[in-house]
Design a protein around this ligand. Structure first.
Ligand code: LLP
Length: 472
Protein backbone atom coordinates (compact mmCIF):
# COMPACT_ATOMS: atom_id res chain seq x y z
CA UNK A 1 0.00 0.00 0.00
CA UNK A 2 2.77 2.40 0.79
CA UNK A 3 3.64 5.07 -1.70
CA UNK A 4 6.86 6.94 -1.89
CA UNK A 5 7.16 10.37 -0.37
CA UNK A 6 6.46 13.13 -2.80
CA UNK A 7 9.70 14.86 -3.75
CA UNK A 8 8.29 18.35 -4.13
CA UNK A 9 5.06 20.27 -4.06
CA UNK A 10 4.03 23.86 -4.57
CA UNK A 11 3.49 24.45 -0.84
CA UNK A 12 6.08 23.65 1.83
CA UNK A 13 8.03 22.48 -1.20
CA UNK A 14 11.36 22.21 0.57
CA UNK A 15 10.04 20.74 3.79
CA UNK A 16 7.56 18.08 2.76
CA UNK A 17 7.46 15.43 5.49
CA UNK A 18 7.39 11.68 4.99
CA UNK A 19 3.99 10.41 4.03
CA UNK A 20 1.84 8.19 1.90
CA UNK A 21 1.22 10.70 -0.82
CA UNK A 22 2.12 11.25 -4.40
CA UNK A 23 2.28 14.53 -6.26
CA UNK A 24 -0.73 16.80 -5.86
CA UNK A 25 -3.17 16.28 -8.73
CA UNK A 26 -2.76 18.74 -11.57
CA UNK A 27 -6.25 20.03 -10.84
CA UNK A 28 -7.56 19.81 -7.29
CA UNK A 29 -11.10 20.28 -8.60
CA UNK A 30 -11.03 17.16 -10.76
CA UNK A 31 -12.96 14.10 -9.59
CA UNK A 32 -11.30 10.85 -10.57
CA UNK A 33 -14.03 8.45 -11.78
CA UNK A 34 -12.11 5.52 -10.29
CA UNK A 35 -12.95 6.62 -6.76
CA UNK A 36 -16.21 8.55 -7.16
CA UNK A 37 -19.67 7.09 -7.65
CA UNK A 38 -21.04 7.04 -11.17
CA UNK A 39 -23.32 10.11 -11.10
CA UNK A 40 -20.95 12.38 -9.17
CA UNK A 41 -19.90 15.46 -11.15
CA UNK A 42 -18.69 18.99 -10.61
CA UNK A 43 -21.32 21.45 -11.78
CA UNK A 44 -20.49 24.57 -13.80
CA UNK A 45 -20.98 26.58 -10.58
CA UNK A 46 -18.11 24.65 -9.00
CA UNK A 47 -19.90 22.59 -6.37
CA UNK A 48 -20.24 18.83 -6.65
CA UNK A 49 -23.53 17.11 -7.43
CA UNK A 50 -24.63 13.49 -7.18
CA UNK A 51 -27.71 12.14 -8.95
CA UNK A 52 -28.25 15.71 -10.12
CA UNK A 53 -28.36 17.10 -6.56
CA UNK A 54 -25.93 19.73 -5.28
CA UNK A 55 -24.10 18.54 -2.15
CA UNK A 56 -24.72 21.92 -0.49
CA UNK A 57 -28.44 21.24 -0.73
CA UNK A 58 -27.95 17.73 0.64
CA UNK A 59 -25.95 19.10 3.57
CA UNK A 60 -28.66 21.65 4.27
CA UNK A 61 -31.46 19.13 4.13
CA UNK A 62 -29.81 16.14 5.83
CA UNK A 63 -27.00 17.70 7.85
CA UNK A 64 -23.39 16.54 8.13
CA UNK A 65 -21.71 14.19 8.52
CA UNK A 66 -23.78 12.02 6.19
CA UNK A 67 -23.13 9.04 3.98
CA UNK A 68 -24.49 9.86 0.53
CA UNK A 69 -25.20 6.78 -1.55
CA UNK A 70 -25.67 6.83 -5.32
CA UNK A 71 -28.53 4.39 -5.81
CA UNK A 72 -28.09 4.44 -9.58
CA UNK A 73 -24.50 3.31 -9.18
CA UNK A 74 -25.41 0.67 -6.58
CA UNK A 75 -28.00 -0.86 -8.88
CA UNK A 76 -25.65 -0.66 -11.88
CA UNK A 77 -22.97 -2.53 -9.95
CA UNK A 78 -25.45 -5.22 -8.96
CA UNK A 79 -26.40 -5.65 -12.61
CA UNK A 80 -22.76 -5.66 -13.74
CA UNK A 81 -21.98 -8.52 -11.32
CA UNK A 82 -25.14 -10.42 -12.19
CA UNK A 83 -24.59 -10.05 -15.94
CA UNK A 84 -20.89 -10.90 -15.69
CA UNK A 85 -21.59 -14.19 -13.91
CA UNK A 86 -24.64 -15.03 -16.02
CA UNK A 87 -27.44 -17.50 -15.47
CA UNK A 88 -25.20 -20.39 -14.38
CA UNK A 89 -23.86 -18.61 -11.32
CA UNK A 90 -25.21 -16.71 -8.34
CA UNK A 91 -24.06 -13.45 -6.85
CA UNK A 92 -24.61 -13.13 -3.11
CA UNK A 93 -24.11 -9.55 -1.93
CA UNK A 94 -22.25 -9.64 1.41
CA UNK A 95 -24.52 -7.67 3.72
CA UNK A 96 -21.74 -6.95 6.22
CA UNK A 97 -20.44 -4.28 3.83
CA UNK A 98 -23.64 -2.27 4.33
CA UNK A 99 -27.17 -3.46 4.84
CA UNK A 100 -30.50 -1.69 5.18
CA UNK A 101 -34.05 -2.46 4.11
CA UNK A 102 -33.68 -0.29 1.02
CA UNK A 103 -30.49 -2.13 0.02
CA UNK A 104 -32.28 -5.46 0.41
CA UNK A 105 -35.01 -4.26 -1.94
CA UNK A 106 -32.47 -3.03 -4.50
CA UNK A 107 -30.72 -6.41 -4.39
CA UNK A 108 -34.00 -8.25 -4.76
CA UNK A 109 -35.06 -6.11 -7.70
CA UNK A 110 -31.69 -6.47 -9.42
CA UNK A 111 -31.68 -10.25 -9.06
CA UNK A 112 -28.95 -10.70 -6.46
CA UNK A 113 -28.91 -13.06 -3.51
CA UNK A 114 -27.78 -12.07 -0.04
CA UNK A 115 -25.13 -13.32 2.38
CA UNK A 116 -25.89 -12.52 6.03
CA UNK A 117 -23.66 -13.27 8.99
CA UNK A 118 -25.76 -12.48 12.04
CA UNK A 119 -29.29 -12.57 13.39
CA UNK A 120 -29.53 -8.81 12.84
CA UNK A 121 -28.62 -9.06 9.17
CA UNK A 122 -30.99 -12.00 8.74
CA UNK A 123 -33.81 -10.04 10.39
CA UNK A 124 -33.19 -7.07 8.07
CA UNK A 125 -33.15 -9.30 5.00
CA UNK A 126 -36.37 -11.09 5.90
CA UNK A 127 -38.12 -7.93 7.03
CA UNK A 128 -37.41 -6.24 3.70
CA UNK A 129 -38.77 -9.19 1.76
CA UNK A 130 -35.71 -11.06 0.52
CA UNK A 131 -36.98 -14.60 -0.23
CA UNK A 132 -35.39 -16.93 2.33
CA UNK A 133 -34.16 -19.35 -0.32
CA UNK A 134 -31.96 -16.55 -1.70
CA UNK A 135 -30.24 -15.98 1.66
CA UNK A 136 -27.02 -17.65 2.85
CA UNK A 137 -26.14 -17.63 6.55
CA UNK A 138 -22.47 -17.29 7.53
CA UNK A 139 -20.52 -16.95 10.76
CA UNK A 140 -17.93 -18.84 12.78
CA UNK A 141 -20.03 -18.92 15.93
CA UNK A 142 -23.70 -18.80 15.03
CA UNK A 143 -25.92 -18.94 18.09
CA UNK A 144 -28.63 -21.56 18.54
CA UNK A 145 -31.20 -18.78 18.07
CA UNK A 146 -29.61 -17.65 14.82
CA UNK A 147 -29.50 -21.21 13.52
CA UNK A 148 -33.08 -21.85 14.52
CA UNK A 149 -34.37 -18.66 12.92
CA UNK A 150 -32.49 -19.42 9.68
CA UNK A 151 -33.69 -23.02 9.44
CA UNK A 152 -37.23 -22.01 10.33
CA UNK A 153 -37.25 -19.26 7.69
CA UNK A 154 -35.93 -21.76 5.14
CA UNK A 155 -32.69 -20.05 4.13
CA UNK A 156 -31.17 -21.39 0.95
CA UNK A 157 -27.89 -22.31 2.60
CA UNK A 158 -26.11 -22.32 5.90
CA UNK A 159 -22.35 -22.26 5.57
CA UNK A 160 -20.94 -24.56 8.25
CA UNK A 161 -17.80 -23.39 9.96
CA UNK A 162 -16.98 -25.93 12.72
CA UNK A 163 -17.67 -29.47 13.89
CA UNK A 164 -19.88 -28.19 16.70
CA UNK A 165 -21.97 -26.32 14.21
CA UNK A 166 -22.52 -29.39 12.05
CA UNK A 167 -24.12 -31.04 15.06
CA UNK A 168 -26.10 -27.93 16.04
CA UNK A 169 -27.57 -27.28 12.61
CA UNK A 170 -28.33 -30.98 12.09
CA UNK A 171 -30.07 -31.13 15.44
CA UNK A 172 -32.14 -28.00 14.84
CA UNK A 173 -33.14 -29.07 11.34
CA UNK A 174 -34.13 -32.53 12.61
CA UNK A 175 -36.18 -31.01 15.41
CA UNK A 176 -37.98 -28.72 12.94
CA UNK A 177 -38.50 -31.59 10.51
CA UNK A 178 -36.37 -29.95 7.82
CA UNK A 179 -33.55 -31.02 5.53
CA UNK A 180 -31.30 -27.95 5.55
CA UNK A 181 -29.04 -27.26 2.54
CA UNK A 182 -25.51 -26.54 3.77
CA UNK A 183 -22.07 -25.78 2.45
CA UNK A 184 -18.82 -26.41 4.32
CA UNK A 185 -16.42 -23.50 4.61
CA UNK A 186 -12.88 -24.64 4.02
CA UNK A 187 -9.57 -22.88 4.51
CA UNK A 188 -7.48 -23.46 1.47
CA UNK A 189 -4.14 -22.26 2.86
CA UNK A 190 -3.74 -19.21 0.63
CA UNK A 191 -1.93 -16.14 1.95
CA UNK A 192 -4.03 -13.34 0.47
CA UNK A 193 -2.05 -10.15 -0.06
CA UNK A 194 -4.08 -7.81 2.07
CA UNK A 195 -4.13 -6.48 5.63
CA UNK A 196 -3.65 -9.24 8.23
CA UNK A 197 -6.99 -8.50 9.91
CA UNK A 198 -8.96 -9.12 6.71
CA UNK A 199 -7.11 -12.14 5.30
CA UNK A 200 -9.00 -15.34 6.01
CA UNK A 201 -7.63 -18.36 4.19
CA UNK A 202 -4.21 -18.89 5.74
CA UNK A 203 -4.21 -21.67 8.29
CA UNK A 204 -3.61 -19.80 11.55
CA UNK A 205 -6.96 -17.98 11.92
CA UNK A 206 -10.46 -18.64 13.16
CA UNK A 207 -12.50 -19.31 10.02
CA UNK A 208 -13.39 -22.52 8.24
CA UNK A 209 -12.06 -26.05 8.33
CA UNK A 210 -8.63 -26.65 6.89
CA UNK A 211 -8.12 -28.73 3.77
CA UNK A 212 -4.63 -29.57 4.95
CA UNK A 213 -4.14 -32.29 7.51
CA UNK A 214 -1.89 -30.47 9.91
CA UNK A 215 1.09 -30.83 7.59
CA UNK A 216 2.11 -28.27 5.03
CA UNK A 217 0.33 -29.31 1.84
CA UNK A 218 -3.16 -27.89 1.39
CA UNK A 219 -3.58 -29.99 -1.73
CA UNK A 220 -3.69 -33.23 0.25
CA UNK A 221 -7.24 -32.76 1.48
CA UNK A 222 -6.87 -35.16 4.40
CA UNK A 223 -7.69 -32.54 6.99
CA UNK A 224 -10.65 -31.36 9.06
CA UNK A 225 -12.53 -30.35 5.89
CA UNK A 226 -12.61 -33.93 4.59
CA UNK A 227 -13.74 -35.13 8.01
CA UNK A 228 -16.51 -32.49 8.07
CA UNK A 229 -17.72 -33.73 4.67
CA UNK A 230 -17.88 -37.29 6.02
CA UNK A 231 -19.91 -36.22 9.02
CA UNK A 232 -22.35 -34.04 7.08
CA UNK A 233 -23.00 -36.77 4.52
CA UNK A 234 -24.04 -39.09 7.34
CA UNK A 235 -26.70 -36.72 8.68
CA UNK A 236 -30.18 -37.00 7.18
CA UNK A 237 -31.25 -33.52 8.25
CA UNK A 238 -28.41 -31.88 6.29
CA UNK A 239 -28.10 -31.71 2.52
CA UNK A 240 -24.49 -31.01 1.54
CA UNK A 241 -24.73 -28.88 -1.60
CA UNK A 242 -21.23 -27.50 -1.90
CA UNK A 243 -17.92 -26.22 -0.63
CA UNK A 244 -17.22 -22.62 0.32
CA UNK A 245 -13.96 -20.68 0.41
CA UNK A 246 -13.38 -17.00 1.20
CA UNK A 247 -9.74 -15.94 1.13
CA UNK A 248 -9.86 -12.37 2.41
CA UNK A 249 -10.88 -8.85 1.49
CA UNK A 250 -9.62 -5.89 -0.60
CA UNK A 251 -7.66 -8.22 -2.89
CA UNK A 252 -6.54 -7.17 -6.37
CA UNK A 253 -4.53 -10.16 -7.46
CA UNK A 254 -6.61 -13.00 -8.93
CA UNK A 255 -3.88 -15.59 -8.22
CA UNK A 256 -5.19 -16.34 -4.71
CA UNK A 257 -8.67 -17.04 -6.08
CA UNK A 258 -7.25 -19.36 -8.69
CA UNK A 259 -5.38 -21.41 -6.09
CA UNK A 260 -8.50 -21.44 -3.96
CA UNK A 261 -10.68 -22.64 -6.87
CA UNK A 262 -8.17 -25.34 -7.73
CA UNK A 263 -8.05 -26.65 -4.16
CA UNK A 264 -11.82 -26.57 -3.74
CA UNK A 265 -12.22 -28.57 -6.97
CA UNK A 266 -9.57 -30.93 -5.58
CA UNK A 267 -11.82 -31.55 -2.57
CA UNK A 268 -14.87 -32.09 -4.80
CA UNK A 269 -12.90 -34.70 -6.72
CA UNK A 270 -11.93 -36.41 -3.52
CA UNK A 271 -15.54 -36.40 -2.32
CA UNK A 272 -16.63 -38.02 -5.57
CA UNK A 273 -13.92 -40.65 -5.30
CA UNK A 274 -14.51 -41.38 -1.63
CA UNK A 275 -18.28 -41.04 -1.34
CA UNK A 276 -19.53 -41.35 -4.91
CA UNK A 277 -21.22 -37.92 -4.64
CA UNK A 278 -20.71 -34.98 -6.99
CA UNK A 279 -21.51 -31.78 -5.10
CA UNK A 280 -23.40 -29.31 -7.28
CA UNK A 281 -22.06 -25.97 -5.89
CA UNK A 282 -18.85 -24.06 -5.26
CA UNK A 283 -18.74 -20.67 -3.55
CA UNK A 284 -15.51 -18.72 -3.86
CA UNK A 285 -16.50 -15.95 -1.44
CA UNK A 286 -15.96 -12.23 -1.81
CA UNK A 287 -12.94 -10.05 -1.33
CA UNK A 288 -12.49 -8.21 -4.59
CA UNK A 289 -10.75 -4.88 -4.06
CA UNK A 290 -11.94 -1.41 -5.00
CA UNK A 291 -10.17 1.90 -5.66
CA UNK A 292 -9.86 4.06 -2.56
CA UNK A 293 -7.32 6.29 -4.27
CA UNK A 294 -6.53 6.68 -7.98
CA UNK A 295 -3.47 4.45 -7.50
CA UNK A 296 -5.66 1.38 -6.85
CA UNK A 297 -6.49 -0.65 -9.94
CA UNK A 298 -9.37 -3.07 -9.34
CA UNK A 299 -10.55 -5.75 -11.78
CA UNK A 300 -13.95 -5.40 -13.45
CA UNK A 301 -16.69 -7.96 -12.66
CA UNK A 302 -16.52 -9.46 -16.17
CA UNK A 303 -12.75 -10.06 -15.83
CA UNK A 304 -13.30 -11.67 -12.43
CA UNK A 305 -16.15 -13.83 -13.71
CA UNK A 306 -14.09 -14.99 -16.65
CA UNK A 307 -11.00 -15.78 -14.57
CA UNK A 308 -12.97 -17.74 -11.98
CA UNK A 309 -15.25 -19.46 -14.49
CA UNK A 310 -12.29 -20.54 -16.64
CA UNK A 311 -10.31 -22.02 -13.78
CA UNK A 312 -13.28 -23.91 -12.31
CA UNK A 313 -14.22 -25.29 -15.74
CA UNK A 314 -10.64 -26.28 -16.54
CA UNK A 315 -10.06 -28.01 -13.21
CA UNK A 316 -13.38 -29.83 -13.32
CA UNK A 317 -12.81 -31.01 -16.87
CA UNK A 318 -9.36 -32.27 -15.91
CA UNK A 319 -10.90 -34.20 -13.01
CA UNK A 320 -13.84 -35.48 -15.06
CA UNK A 321 -16.34 -33.64 -12.85
CA UNK A 322 -19.50 -31.92 -14.04
CA UNK A 323 -18.92 -28.18 -13.64
CA UNK A 324 -20.69 -27.11 -10.43
CA UNK A 325 -22.80 -23.99 -10.07
CA UNK A 326 -20.51 -21.15 -9.03
CA UNK A 327 -21.35 -18.43 -6.55
CA UNK A 328 -19.47 -15.40 -5.28
CA UNK A 329 -20.05 -12.95 -2.43
CA UNK A 330 -18.89 -9.44 -3.27
CA UNK A 331 -19.67 -6.85 -0.61
CA UNK A 332 -17.16 -4.01 -0.90
CA UNK A 333 -17.01 -4.20 -4.71
CA UNK A 334 -20.71 -3.41 -4.92
CA UNK A 335 -21.36 -1.01 -2.04
CA UNK A 336 -17.94 0.59 -1.55
CA UNK A 337 -17.66 2.90 -4.52
CA UNK A 338 -21.31 3.98 -4.41
CA UNK A 339 -21.11 6.34 -1.43
CA UNK A 340 -19.11 9.25 -0.10
CA UNK A 341 -19.11 10.75 3.36
CA UNK A 342 -20.01 14.41 3.44
CA UNK A 343 -18.35 16.42 6.23
CA UNK A 344 -18.17 20.06 7.20
CA UNK A 345 -14.83 21.62 8.03
CA UNK A 346 -14.74 22.97 11.58
CA UNK A 347 -11.19 24.01 12.37
CA UNK A 348 -7.81 24.21 10.61
CA UNK A 349 -4.35 24.11 12.17
CA UNK A 350 -1.28 24.71 10.10
CA UNK A 351 1.74 22.99 11.64
CA UNK A 352 4.65 24.79 10.05
CA UNK A 353 6.89 22.45 8.10
CA UNK A 354 4.52 19.53 8.56
CA UNK A 355 0.98 19.79 7.29
CA UNK A 356 -2.39 21.37 7.95
CA UNK A 357 -4.77 19.48 10.20
CA UNK A 358 -8.32 19.87 8.93
CA UNK A 359 -10.92 18.83 11.50
CA UNK A 360 -14.30 17.66 10.28
CA UNK A 361 -17.52 16.98 12.17
CA UNK A 362 -17.18 13.15 12.15
CA UNK A 363 -14.17 10.87 12.34
CA UNK A 364 -13.29 7.40 13.58
CA UNK A 365 -16.88 6.81 14.71
CA UNK A 366 -18.11 6.94 11.10
CA UNK A 367 -14.94 5.56 9.47
CA UNK A 368 -12.73 3.36 11.61
CA UNK A 369 -10.89 1.89 8.63
CA UNK A 370 -8.03 4.40 8.58
CA UNK A 371 -7.24 3.79 12.25
CA UNK A 372 -7.85 0.04 12.09
CA UNK A 373 -6.25 -0.98 8.81
CA UNK A 374 -4.14 2.03 7.94
CA UNK A 375 -6.54 2.41 5.01
CA UNK A 376 -5.94 5.17 2.51
CA UNK A 377 -8.70 7.43 1.25
CA UNK A 378 -8.97 10.41 -1.03
CA UNK A 379 -10.85 13.61 -0.26
CA UNK A 380 -12.10 16.65 -2.14
CA UNK A 381 -13.52 20.08 -1.43
CA UNK A 382 -17.05 19.72 -2.80
CA UNK A 383 -19.00 22.85 -1.83
CA UNK A 384 -17.10 25.01 -4.32
CA UNK A 385 -14.26 24.91 -6.80
CA UNK A 386 -11.00 26.53 -5.81
CA UNK A 387 -8.05 27.88 -7.74
CA UNK A 388 -5.84 28.02 -4.63
CA UNK A 389 -2.57 26.16 -4.48
CA UNK A 390 -2.46 22.64 -3.00
CA UNK A 391 -1.97 22.36 0.75
CA UNK A 392 -0.67 19.14 2.28
CA UNK A 393 -3.41 18.18 4.73
CA UNK A 394 -4.51 15.55 7.17
CA UNK A 395 -8.26 15.22 7.58
CA UNK A 396 -9.07 14.35 11.18
CA UNK A 397 -12.23 13.85 13.19
CA UNK A 398 -13.53 15.31 16.42
CA UNK A 399 -12.79 12.36 18.71
CA UNK A 400 -10.59 12.42 21.76
CA UNK A 401 -7.52 10.69 20.42
CA UNK A 402 -4.81 11.52 17.95
CA UNK A 403 -5.35 8.32 15.94
CA UNK A 404 -8.71 9.75 14.88
CA UNK A 405 -7.66 10.22 11.28
CA UNK A 406 -10.00 10.04 8.30
CA UNK A 407 -7.54 10.75 5.48
CA UNK A 408 -3.91 10.57 6.47
CA UNK A 409 -2.34 12.46 3.58
CA UNK A 410 -4.19 14.56 1.05
CA UNK A 411 -3.80 17.76 -0.89
CA UNK A 412 -6.62 20.24 -0.39
CA UNK A 413 -6.83 23.84 -1.63
CA UNK A 414 -4.96 26.28 0.60
CA UNK A 415 -7.97 28.59 0.87
CA UNK A 416 -9.95 25.88 2.69
CA UNK A 417 -12.02 27.44 5.46
CA UNK A 418 -14.46 26.51 8.22
CA UNK A 419 -17.87 25.82 6.73
CA UNK A 420 -16.49 24.26 3.55
CA UNK A 421 -17.81 20.80 2.72
CA UNK A 422 -15.43 17.92 2.14
CA UNK A 423 -16.34 14.53 0.73
CA UNK A 424 -14.43 11.29 1.21
CA UNK A 425 -15.29 8.84 -1.59
CA UNK A 426 -15.51 5.04 -1.52
CA UNK A 427 -17.10 4.89 1.94
CA UNK A 428 -20.12 2.77 0.98
CA UNK A 429 -18.69 -0.43 2.47
CA UNK A 430 -17.53 -1.10 6.04
CA UNK A 431 -18.03 2.49 7.20
CA UNK A 432 -21.66 2.82 8.32
CA UNK A 433 -21.67 -0.91 9.06
CA UNK A 434 -18.64 -0.48 11.38
CA UNK A 435 -19.69 2.87 12.83
CA UNK A 436 -19.70 3.33 16.59
CA UNK A 437 -20.96 5.70 19.24
CA UNK A 438 -17.46 6.43 20.52
CA UNK A 439 -17.54 9.63 22.58
CA UNK A 440 -21.33 9.28 22.27
CA UNK A 441 -21.15 10.34 18.66
CA UNK A 442 -24.44 10.02 16.83
CA UNK A 443 -24.07 7.71 13.86
CA UNK A 444 -24.69 9.59 10.58
CA UNK A 445 -27.59 8.91 8.24
CA UNK A 446 -27.38 7.18 4.90
CA UNK A 447 -29.00 9.29 2.21
CA UNK A 448 -29.82 7.59 -1.08
CA UNK A 449 -29.83 9.74 -4.18
CA UNK A 450 -31.35 8.81 -7.50
CA UNK A 451 -32.48 10.90 -10.49
CA UNK A 452 -32.69 14.19 -8.65
CA UNK A 453 -34.40 12.72 -5.58
CA UNK A 454 -32.79 12.20 -2.18
CA UNK A 455 -34.19 10.25 0.74
CA UNK A 456 -32.94 9.00 4.06
CA UNK A 457 -32.64 5.22 4.10
CA UNK A 458 -30.99 5.02 7.53
CA UNK A 459 -31.75 8.02 9.71
CA UNK A 460 -29.28 9.93 11.84
CA UNK A 461 -29.08 8.76 15.43
CA UNK A 462 -30.38 11.16 18.04
CA UNK A 463 -29.48 11.75 21.66
CA UNK A 464 -32.81 10.12 22.50
CA UNK A 465 -31.60 6.97 20.70
CA UNK A 466 -28.49 6.96 22.89
CA UNK A 467 -30.37 7.62 26.09
CA UNK A 468 -33.02 5.01 25.34
CA UNK A 469 -30.39 2.27 25.68
CA UNK A 470 -29.03 3.76 28.87
CA UNK A 471 -31.53 2.40 31.36
CA UNK A 472 -29.50 2.82 34.57
N1 LLP B 1 -17.99 -13.61 2.16
C1 LLP B 1 -17.49 -13.86 3.38
C2 LLP B 1 -17.62 -15.21 3.93
C3 LLP B 1 -16.85 -12.84 4.09
O1 LLP B 1 -16.36 -13.11 5.29
C4 LLP B 1 -16.74 -11.55 3.52
C5 LLP B 1 -16.08 -10.48 4.23
C6 LLP B 1 -17.31 -11.34 2.25
C7 LLP B 1 -17.91 -12.40 1.59
C8 LLP B 1 -17.28 -10.00 1.58
O2 LLP B 1 -15.99 -9.52 1.34
P1 LLP B 1 -15.81 -8.22 0.43
O3 LLP B 1 -16.22 -8.58 -0.97
O4 LLP B 1 -16.67 -7.14 0.99
O5 LLP B 1 -14.37 -7.88 0.56
N2 LLP B 1 -14.07 -4.79 7.73
C9 LLP B 1 -13.10 -5.09 6.71
C10 LLP B 1 -13.57 -6.15 5.77
C11 LLP B 1 -13.91 -7.44 6.46
C12 LLP B 1 -14.49 -8.45 5.51
C13 LLP B 1 -15.03 -9.60 6.24
N3 LLP B 1 -15.63 -10.59 5.40
C14 LLP B 1 -12.75 -3.80 5.97
O6 LLP B 1 -13.28 -2.75 6.32
O7 LLP B 1 -11.91 -3.80 5.08
Amino acid sequence: MSRSAHPAGPRHADVLPEGHYTAPPADLNSLDPRVWAQTVERTPEGAVAVGGLDVRRLAEEFGTPAYVMDETDFRARCRAWRDAFGPDADVYYAGKAFLSRAVVRWLHEEGLNLDVCSGGELATALDAGMPAERIALHGNNKSDEEIERAVEAGVGRIVLDSFQEIARVAHTAARLGRRQPVQIRVTVGVEAHTHEFIATAHEDQKFGLALAGGGSSSEAGEGPAAEAVRRVLMLDSLELTGIHSHIGSQIFDMAGFEVSARRVVGLLTRIRDEHGVELPEIDLGGGLGIAYTPEDDPREPHEIAKALGDIVTRECEAAGLAVPRLSVEPGRAIAGPTAFTLYEVGTLKELEGLRTYVSVDGGMSDNIRTALYDAEYSVALVSRASAAEPMLSRVVGKHCESGDIVVRDAFLPADLAPGDLLAVPATGAYCRSMASNYNHALRPPVVAVRDGQARTIVRRETEEDLLRLDVG
